[in-house]
Design a protein around this ligand. Structure first.
Ligand code: CA
Ligand code: CA
Ligand code: CA
Length: 95
């Protein structure tokens, strides 16, 4: 096992800009019919600030990234869904 970067924490609940969950995009990048990328706006300003990825294809989030200042650079990265499990809905976009 390689050492995780200091910014990656395990099983933590991430802090987001707001308490909403407006999914701007759900995408299926490996075309298995399950969503593996979620792009979310949590404070209702229409800009994405939460990004979640299912890297092993089981439909559950493996990595959550928060861009707290919406500058396009993730500020916090956690293992798992960060306490923000997405609804299991079909992807809106197939990539
Ligand atoms: Ca936002
Ligand atoms: Ca997964
Ligand atoms: Ca940022």
């Amino acid at each position: 096992m390689s050492q995780a970067p200091e910014s990656v924490t395990d099983g933590e609940i991430v802090e987001t800009r707001g308490d909403e969950r407006v999914e701007l995009l759900r995408a299926d990048t490996n075309n298995d019919g399950k969503t593996d990328v979620w792009v979310v706006d949590t404070d209702g300003d229409g800009k994405a600030d939460l990004f979640q990825f299912d890297t092993d294809g089981d439909g559950k989030v493996d990595i959550t990234m928060v861009d707290i200042d919406e500058d396009g650079q993730p500020d916090e990265v956690v293992d798992g869904d960060g306490g923000l499990p997405p609804e299991q809905l079909p992807p809106t976009v197939q990539l």
